[in-house]
Design a protein around this ligand. Structure first.
Ligand SMILES: CC/C=C\CC/C=C/CC(=O)SCCNC(=O)CCNC(=O)[C@H](O)C(C)(C)COP(=O)(O)OP(=O)(O)OC[C@H]1O[C@@H](n2cnc3c(N)ncnc32)[C@H](O)[C@@H]1OP(=O)(O)O
Length: 253
């Protein structure tokens, strides 16, 4: 993590090759978000060290033939990550410098502002296309960002938006030619709050987001159980196996 002169933390995801979110990366993100809050940074920008992938979403290896204890810890840590990021009182922005499918889109939509690089990248919640279900809070994060009708159609079809489509529907706020420009645009967004008292800003954001946050906070155990039931279904394991094989085949071409 780097904190620049103007007090804005730039947090770079760096788990090659595709920043897939495994238990270790999620734990590191949680520690970093706590540090950003403790250091009283003006705000946080999330970006990626990869030139083509912001994040490939959840690491499928954490869910394929999982160890029962680890997969439960994995899910609870993912819930923590979302609660910290979506509920952060400090300003948050995503400089999306590559593809952002599924959990990658979740991270981006948990931030308050999104700038994505122009190019052949895509962003969206593609879970249904993989035969899995986007949990309530994934769906809520999308619904919080784009109009309800478009969110429903996107979720049920597993739509991956091109950069132009994402801009048109409001899934991203701006485009940028390169990563430096994306970070600059995110900084400009965060600097808008320079003259707004941070306590009032933070509380207003938390009130605005509290309904969605409360839904998970009061249903955490049920949400975990639902995930564990789903992940242990033979049909879901079969879908994950096929998907992994497809990804492997594609990467070897
Ligand atoms: C049962 C679960 C129930 C509920 C949970 C619901 C919530 C799910 C949320 C999720 O996030 S599920 C994950 C969904 N993610 C995806 O569908 C993305 C899959 N990846 C891609 O589409 C592409 O990799 C990419 C567009 C992100 C990047 O493309 P490219 O740069 O061409 O890289 P490769 O495809 O060649 O991949 C390199 C390498 O990485 C492996 N990999 C890719 N994504 C994942 C992943 N999500 N988890 C684990 N591993 C992944 C891929 O297999 C390649 O591995 P090699 O060993 O062949 O190099």
């Amino acid at each position: 993590m780097a904190v620049d002169n103007d007090g804005i933390a730039v947090v770079t995801l760096q788990r090659p090759p595709v920043n897939s979110l495994n238990l270790d990366l999620l734990q590191a993100m949680n520690n970093t978000f706590d540090d950003v809050a403790k250091n009283k940074s003006k705000g946080m920008i999330l970006t990626s060290a990869s030139p083509t992938v912001f994040s490939a979403g959840l690491d499928i290896m954490e869910m394929y033939k999982p160890d029962p204890k680890r997969v439960e810890t994995f899910w609870v840590t993912l819930q923590d990550m979302w609660l910290k990021l979506f509920g952060a009182s400090f300003p948050t922005a995503a400089a999306i410098n590559g593809h952002a499918p599924a959990g990658g889109c979740l991270i981006a939509t948990s931030c308050e502002y999104r700038v994505m690089l122009s190019g052949k990248f895509t962003i969206g919640l593609n879970e249904t296309a993989l035969g899995i279900v986007a949990p309530t809070w994934f769906q809520d994060s999308l619904r919080h960002t784009i109009p309800t009708r478009q969110a429903e159609i996107a979720l049920t079809t597993g739509k991956m938006f091109t950069v132009d489509e994402a801009l048109k529907v409001g899934l991203i706020d701006e485009t940028a030619a390169d990563k430096a420009e994306a970070i600059e645009k995110c900084k400009k967004f965060i600097k808008r709050f320079d003259k707004i008292p941070s306590l009032a800003r933070g509380m207003t954001k938390q009130i605005f987001r509290q309904e969605v946050l409360k839904k998970l906070l009061t249903n955490r155990q049920a949400d975990t159980k639902q995930f564990l039931d789903l992940v242990n279904q033979p049909k879901v394991q079969q879908s994950l196996e096929l998907y992994l094989a497809m990804l492997k085949q594609k990467s070897q071409k």
